[in-house]
Design a protein around this ligand. Structure first.
Ligand SMILES: Cc1cc2nc3c(=O)[nH]c(=O)nc-3n(C[C@H](O)[C@H](O)[C@H](O)COP(=O)(O)OP(=O)(O)OC[C@H]3O[C@@H](n4cnc5c(N)ncnc54)[C@H](O)[C@@H]3O)c2cc1C
Length: 400
């Protein structure tokens, strides 16, 4: 087992590290860097993206001939972690959600002409895209295949979409949408995936849902469909293969969340460490106190477990495995370890940790979504248990 990094990935890692330290981290403390939803403002982002493109670090998993870097998931596990030491990092490299999962889905499943039309502009960064799946109750949430209410009804060479979706990340201002809708009552093959453009009539932007944390660009939105017409040539994959599309997307998208979260957790521990190195109480530096060391050591230990879980799942996906239980385990563990790391850093920073003078309160609010989005922790544990009960000894087998 060899965890060393090949020289070209190490060189990329070092460049990203430099960019984050020199360019991004100084911007985080300037209020002018932010938009009204606490993310990097779009004008500044445009400049930063010009710089990352000039560095040649852009759309990392996409094919080189389409303007990406052709990297595998093990490679990007190293690089995404480095990027997200800044809260502005991933989006500067076109490596943020939901874009990276959307690109992956189209890259894996779209036809070449669909890729030209729907994927290429996302790789180029010339527009934003969404995955449109979740619905308000009583519709699809944790159980999309069983509960999806939005319908796609065939009419000649078109599909007519009716229904409602919510929590669609990036929904305000996005141009390309990957939509899941019910095409039959078949319990396994009832859903199909479609692609549509924002300018097509028959759908409505209802609202940007206010949330607890800082927002991705375009927010988390509610959308209504009232007779949206989609040509059959804009159907992604086969009729009834919607859940297959979802699985293809989510395996990667869940894991890249985990990669980014390990970077954020690292940064939280750096902020905490800087404070306890300097701060004194009761005659000694906080860093010298064993109880503080136990807290920080525990958080760092959890983070190291995260890195191993992510690498294991990334390697298995790179080998062509679905890595279902590995991705679920990483998703549960890393989302919880991120919250724990940020909470620990806040605690050791005292009042300063609770203030907006550090990024910790931003991270604290942001981290909470991790245990819900892309499948709640409880659902992932259910998935792991199902694998345990059905796979027998194979559950514990080594290798992909
Ligand atoms: C910040 C954010 C961004 C999101 N972005 C998108 C997006 O871009 N596109 C999109 O389609 N969706 C998006 N979502 C929706 C997200 O994927 C869903 O919230 C998630 O799948 C859970 O569905 P739900 O909210 O309907 O929860 P529900 O299905 O209502 O479940 C509620 C709670 O019940 C519990 N629960 C559910 N099932 C079980 C079970 N089997 N056993 C035990 N407990 C269970 C869990 O604790 C769960 O949190 C986003 C959500 C958030 C918070």
């Amino acid at each position: 087992m060899d965890f060393s990094i090949p020289p070209h990935i190490e060189a990329l890692r070092a460049s990203i590290r430099d960019f984050v330290d020199q360019r991004l981290i100084p911007l985080e403390s300037d209020p002018a860097s932010y938009d009204e939803f606490e993310n990097v403002n779009l004008d500044l982002l445009e400049d930063l993206r010009r710089e990352t493109k000039a560095m040649g670090i852009w759309s990392l998993t996409m094919p080189v001939e389409r303007g990406g870097m052709g990297l595998g998931l093990v490679d990007i596990a190293v690089l995404y972690q480095e990027m997200n030491r800044s809260i502005f990092g991933p989006v500067c490299f076109n490596a943020a959600a939901p874009e990276d999962g959307n690109m992956w889905t189209l890259h894996k499943l779209a036809t070449e002409s669909q890729k030209d039309k729907w994927l290429q502009p996302i790789i180029d960064g010339s527009l934003r895209s969404c995955i449109v799946m979740t619905e308000p109750a009583p519709g699809s949430g944790s159980d999309p295949s069983g509960m999806m209410k939005t319908t796609a009804t065939r009419k000649g060479d078109k599909w007519i979409i009716n229904g409602q979706k919510w929590f669609i990340t990036g929904g305000e201002g996005a141009s390309h949408f990957i939509l899941l809708a019910r095409t039959s009552d078949d319990p396994r093959r009832g859903l199909t995936t479609f692609l549509y453009h924002k300018d097509q009539p028959g759908w409505e932007f209802v609202r940007r849902i206010p949330i607890m944390g800082p927002e991705e660009h375009g927010g988390h939105c509610e959308l209504k469909f009232d007779g949206l017409e989609i040509a059959d040539e804009d159907r992604l994959s086969e009729v009834g293969h919607g859940m297959k599309v979802v699985q293809t997307r989510l395996a990667m998208a869940r894991l890249t969340h985990c990669m980014r979260w390990t970077g954020m957790a690292r940064r939280a521990l750096e902020i905490g460490t800087d404070y306890i190195r300097e701060r004194e109480a009761f005659g000694s530096k906080l860093i010298e106190r064993e109880s503080i060391q136990l807290m920080m050591g525990d958080a760092a230990m959890r983070l190291q477990i995260c890195r191993m879980l992510v690498m294991d799942a990334a390697w298995k996906l790179d080998q062509g495995s679905f890595a279902k239980k590995e991705v679920s385990a990483a998703k549960v563990y890393v989302s919880e370890a991120l919250s724990h790391a940020v909470d620990t850093a806040i605690q050791v920073c005292g009042a300063k940790g609770y203030s907006k003078d550090t990024l910790l309160e931003w991270m604290y609010r942001y981290a909470r979504q991790g245990r819900i989005l892309d499948g709640a922790s409880e659902v992932h544990k259910m998935v792991i248990a199902r694998e345990l009960f059905t796979q027998g000894d194979d559950f514990w087998k080594w290798g992909a």
